[in-house]
Design a protein around this ligand. Structure first.
Ligand code: MYR
Length: 154
């Protein structure tokens, strides 16, 4: 289960990923030590997420398969959705500013929650039904940088 409190433990390739996304050095340094904590409460296909970090504290509600808006800590606006496939949470989020697509997965491995983030050139895939199409197309459009953020139960 994803329920519980998750604190960032370490990142893998996160700074390089942010560089590729066009985030400047000062922001990258701050973001890679953001003390991110997420509290996940899942009830059926509904999620309530409390996100807190050095940057902000926000609460997010979403339903699996339903598109919602979300902003990154630097203000970049996204729209997209999470779906669940087996035990894997798969997200597809479109950047409103440049139309690029961020895909992300959350999986639990032992006592860790592993979030993988990738960026693709494919624009405007915002519908939940597009998730599988995107995961199929990804190998052709992959920008070549992905990152991991690894959380431990807190
Ligand atoms: C949530 O479930 O916590 C809310 C929605 C999260 C969307 C995540 C989108 C991809 C993350 C990209 C991070 C890139 C930072 C430069």
């Amino acid at each position: 289960t994803y329920n519980g409190t998750w604190k960032i433990d370490r990142n893998d390739n996160y700074e390089k990923f942010m560089e590729k996304m066009g985030i400047n050095m000062v922001k990258r340094k701050l973001a890679s030590h953001d003390n991110l904590k997420i509290i996940i409460e899942q009830t059926g296909d509904k999620f309530h997420v409390k996100e807190s970090s050095n940057f902000r504290s926000i609460e997010i509600d979403f339903t699996l398969g339903v598109t919602f808006d979300y902003s990154l800590a630097d203000g970049t606006e996204l729209t997209g959705a999470w779906t669940m496939e087996g035990d894997v949470l798969k997200g597809v989020f479109n950047r409103k500013d440049n139309g690029k697509t961020l895909t992300t997965t959350r999986t639990i491995q032992g006592d860790e929650l592993i979030q993988v983030i990738q960026e693709y050139r494919i624009p405007s895939l915002t519908h939940p039904e597009d998730v599988n199409r995107l995961f199929f197309l990804q190998s052709y459009n992959y920008e070549g940088v992905d990152a991991k953020r690894i959380f431990k139960r807190g």
